[in-house]
Ligand binder design. Structure first.
Ligand SMILES: [Mn+2]
Length: 392
């Protein structure tokens, strides 16, 4: 099946601009029938099939009274409880990496910068299933795809966690609102907002469209790691003139000074941070791999000119005023100033007319990316027809 979602986000009395001004990163918003008549992108069995794939990140959470059990996938169908058994949920991460229709859905949210988008997670729950009261470092849109889910939400005043649980559960959560979502309804929550969603029916599917709000420490770790790598080892430490040591266990102050000086010499400028973030935010997740095109580059160039090309659903592309990044690499000068590549990043595709107006160097680069599987030439016609798990 290659059925594409034609679902469109309906704002009702709200608008994108008003949402961004009044709600985004501030407070929750419930949109009743945000997607009227929404049809799940995947059936239950297609979702379960994804969870059986070793390239797909999945988790199974089961609750028995106050006891929680967490297992990590892949899960063969017979490893999952029966759908009739209450109180369990299956979480499938990164569905957009595996199903083209999920990319279509995510495009509805491109009024927010791509750099913030993490993934589409689908959770399936039997009656009573859920992940318990918690908070996340994410802005999230919780779209009810099938069945009903009851959400209890509220600000977190006390972030104390329940001890000894396999997942992070708030020990003292006092919800302020109690909402039941029907298929097509969508709830937005800002980062750090407490929420507890419990399947109010069987066959409850919720789509989480997550926008990661990276903590400063995470970015700093990346900055420092990349700076250290750029040293290629650096100068070797040299002892100052030494005398026989009466206190050999004492840490030499010269060694501390050496480390401090190495740190003080680092002077990253704005361009350096831009480059670091561009590479970091476009780096594919570890489980992502691309299917390269089999065709010769001359055929790929021709296909791009004849029918355009589009970004593979797994590709991540961002740009700045001076650089273009794709899948953890920066485009070399002089193409780093290409307007066409920026159009590709924004539109996630180029039509034949756009490719025909491209320079030979640009077309050659597009063909290279097609060969790597980062782009699909000719609207996917030339794309490798290899394994496509649970394609919706
Ligand atoms: Mn959550």
């Amino acid at each position: 099946m290659t059925k594409m979602s034609t679902a469109t986000l309906h704002w009702g009395a709200c608008t994108e601009a008003r949402f961004l001004r009044d709600f985004w990163q501030r407070k929750p918003l419930l949109l009743r029938q945000a997607f009227p008549g929404f049809q799940p992108l995947l059936s239950r069995s297609q979702l379960f099939a994804l969870a059986a794939d070793e390239d797909v990140e999945s988790r199974l959470l089961q609750r028995e009274g106050r006891r929680w059990q967490l297992d990590h996938g892949p899960f063969a169908r017979k490893q999952l409880p029966s759908v009739e058994q209450p109180n369990w949920t299956l979480l499938v991460q990164g569905v957009n990496l595996h199903v083209d229709a999920a990319g279509e859905l995510l495009r509805q949210f491109r009024f927010i910068p791509d750099a913030r988008l993490d993934d589409l997670m689908i959770s399936w729950a039997s009656k009573g299933g859920g992940v318990g009261p918690h908070q996340d470092a994410y802005d999230v849109f919780l779209l009810q795809a099938s069945g009903r889910r009851r959400w209890r939400i509220g600000p977190v005043h006390d972030a104390t966690l329940q001890p000894g649980k396999p997942v992070k559960l708030l020990s003292r959560f006092t919800p302020e609102e109690d909402l039941v979502l029907e298929p097509g309804d969508m709830l937005y929550l800002p980062p750090g907002w407490g929420h507890d969603g419990i399947a109010a029916s069987g066959d409850c599917m919720t789509y989480s469209i997550g926008f990661r709000a990276p903590p400063q420490g995470e970015l700093l770790k990346e900055v420092l790691w990349q700076m250290a790598e750029a040293q290629h080892g650096g100068d070797l430490y040299r002892d100052p003139p030494l005398r026989p040591q009466a206190t050999p266990a004492q840490l030499p102050p010269a060694m501390v000074k050496f480390a401090r000086e190495a740190f003080a010499r680092l002077k990253p400028d704005a361009a350096w941070f831009e480059n670091m973030l561009g590479l970091y935010l476009t780096t594919p997740k570890p489980q992502v791999w691309f299917e390269g095109a089999e065709a010769a580059t001359s055929a790929l160039r021709r296909a791009c000119r004849q029918s355009g090309c589009r970004l593979d659903r797994r590709s991540k592309m961002l740009y700045t005023a001076t650089s273009v990044f794709i899948n953890g690499e920066a485009v070399d000068a002089p193409l780093s100033s290409s307007a066409l590549l920026r159009a590709l990043a924004d539109q996630q595709a180029l039509d034949a007319v756009q490719v025909q107006s491209a320079s030979p160097a640009e077309v050659a680069l597009l063909a290279d990316w097609c060969a790597l599987g980062w782009l699909q030439a000719g609207g996917g016609a030339l794309a490798s027809a290899a394994r496509k798990p649970a394609q919706a």
